[in-house]
Design a protein around this ligand. Structure first.
Ligand SMILES: [Zn+2]
Length: 469
């Protein structure tokens, strides 16, 4: 163990002692279990699944009711694991309608719950609660994946990621402390102005983080900025692209620019890391320790190579369990061949998830439009909004489509306008429309941020590549 690693472990252990959180333990455990045999991995997953089902039946009113309605009892799993498939699929609409009933009634765990909002891939806002075990494992899964990309505990790493627009002081202090503990820094991908990218480039030059983590679209913007500027010396050991589809064309540009490999990652706010590319880049290994993944095509289990809906059961978030949750993305399984990395967890061959365009502004800024749905502010992920889409019609005009759930407060519309102008320029006109529904793209997918000026425009309709295979 290096001095740096020993020091960081000490800092993180202190964090555990003060907060009662267990990220480092989770990380050590994930780093151990990734090498288990296939049978041991599946045994572990079944054990966690069983405990989750028993807990949900006892403490979560929604599941007690639907298990009974489906004629299912957690004990059925002992003789017949396929009984699980009797359970109905959990959709975003069902979560909205049964929001309180989906939370645990266990008093101790209720105290841990913190609220999160996200829009997923489809622009359908989702509010949910997460508990400590979920959050710790989400972070640990990211850190494990950083390790696959070449990171070693204690090494400096950087994020091009969504920070907050309106961050409270306590949040800001806490985030800085956590950044220091992990030895990382972040550039807010919401507003990747030329100035911010230049500052980020200078910081990277000075401090030399070896790993970079970001959204596919923000990584592409940064790569293009570095190519146009005079930064040939900016390189990394590895880059992780997450939260959005990584088109092969993006990957090539980013890899060529930073002279390293880009690893694809499929993760979402409500599930954490679902699947990640390893060193062999031969599909994405499912994080079976944290998520149980099914792929269904027309109700039946998809064969390798057959595209279907991703249905995920998160094994950690007992505070608000998502059991057989349909996230709205599609994927296919890789064939059963062994990956040369030596890990035996099942792999996804491809994932078709979120596509988010960069918005272009008059002063030459490229702004990541994804902040509307995610990030800490989650501007449009509001209870009064059922679905949304933002479209950059021209350099000075953005159209915001909102499918209402009841009345949308005027104060919220003002806030949306204000935040959009802060992100995309004061001169931009924001136009609201309130349609009954929002139609999918010609591909059948929903895309919530579309720029008619963006170079990534159209990727959603004709590219679904996420890996080399
Ligand atoms: Zn592998």
């Amino acid at each position: 163990m290096t001095i740096n690693e020993t020091f960081r472990r000490g800092v993180l252990n202190l964090h555990t002692a003060i907060t009662g959180r267990h990220i480092l333990d989770c990380l050590d455990e994930l780093n151990r279990t990734q090498w288990l045999s296939y049978d041991n991995l599946m045994d572990m997953q079944r054990y966690k699944q069983q405990r989750l089902l028993e807990y949900a039946y006892q403490y979560v009113p929604y599941y007690h009711r639907i298990f009974d309605n489906a004629g299912f009892h957690p004990n059925d799993m002992r003789d017949n694991p396929a009984a699980f498939q009797k359970l109905p699929i959990l959709t975003k609409s069902l979560i909205r309608e049964n929001f309180s009933e989906l939370q645990t009634t266990e008093p101790q765990r209720r105290k841990q719950l913190s609220k999160v909002t996200t829009s997923g891939s489809t622009g359908q806002p989702l509010v949910f609660y997460q508990d400590h075990a979920f959050r710790d494992n989400v972070t640990a899964d990211i850190q494990r994946h950083l390790g696959w990309a070449g990171w070693k505990m204690g090494q400096l790493h950087a994020y091009l990621w969504g920070g907050a627009f309106e961050e409270t002081l306590s949040h800001s202090v806490r985030n800085r402390l956590i950044d220091w503990e992990w030895n990382r820094f972040l550039s807010n991908a919401f507003t990747l102005t030329e100035e911010k990218m230049a500052a980020f480039a200078e910081q990277v030059r000075r401090q030399r983080p070896r790993i970079l983590f970001g959204y596919a679209s923000s990584l592409l913007s940064f790569a293009q900025f570095v190519r146009q500027g005079s930064y040939p010396d900016i390189t990394f050991d590895g880059i992780i692209s997450s939260a959005e589809v990584l088109p092969e064309a993006f990957r090539q540009i980013i890899e060529e620019t930073f002279k390293c490999r880009v690893y694809n990652r499929y993760g979402t706010k409500e599930l954490g890391g679902v699947a990640s590319e390893c060193e062999a880049q031969n599909g994405l290994h499912v994080s079976v320790e944290n998520n149980l993944v099914e792929i269904l095509n027309d109700g039946h289990t998809a064969q390798p190579g057959e595209v279907g809906s991703i249905i995920v059961t998160n094994l950690n978030n007992w505070g608000m369990p998502f059991i057989r949750y349909s996230i709205g993305d599609e994927a296919s399984w890789a064939d059963g061949s062994k990956c040369s990395c030596g890990r035996l967890s099942p792999r996804l061959k491809s994932v078709e998830g979120r596509i988010v365009d960069q918005f272009v502004t008059r002063d030459g800024r490229a702004s990541w439009a994804g902040f509307a749905g995610d990030g800490y502010s989650s501007l449009l992920a509001q209870p009064s909004i059922k679905q949304f889409q933002i479209i950059q019609e021209s350099i000075d005009n953005i159209k915001v489509l909102l499918v209402k759930d009841g009345e949308v407060p005027v104060s919220l519309l003002k806030r949306i306008e204000r935040t959009m102008q802060a992100a995309f320029g004061e001169e931009i006109a924001i136009e609201f429309e309130f349609p009954e529904k929002i139609s999918p793209m010609p591909s059948g997918k929903h895309q919530y941020a579309i720029s008619k000026l963006s170079q990534s425009q159209g990727i959603g309709t004709n590219m679904t590549l996420t890996n080399n295979s």
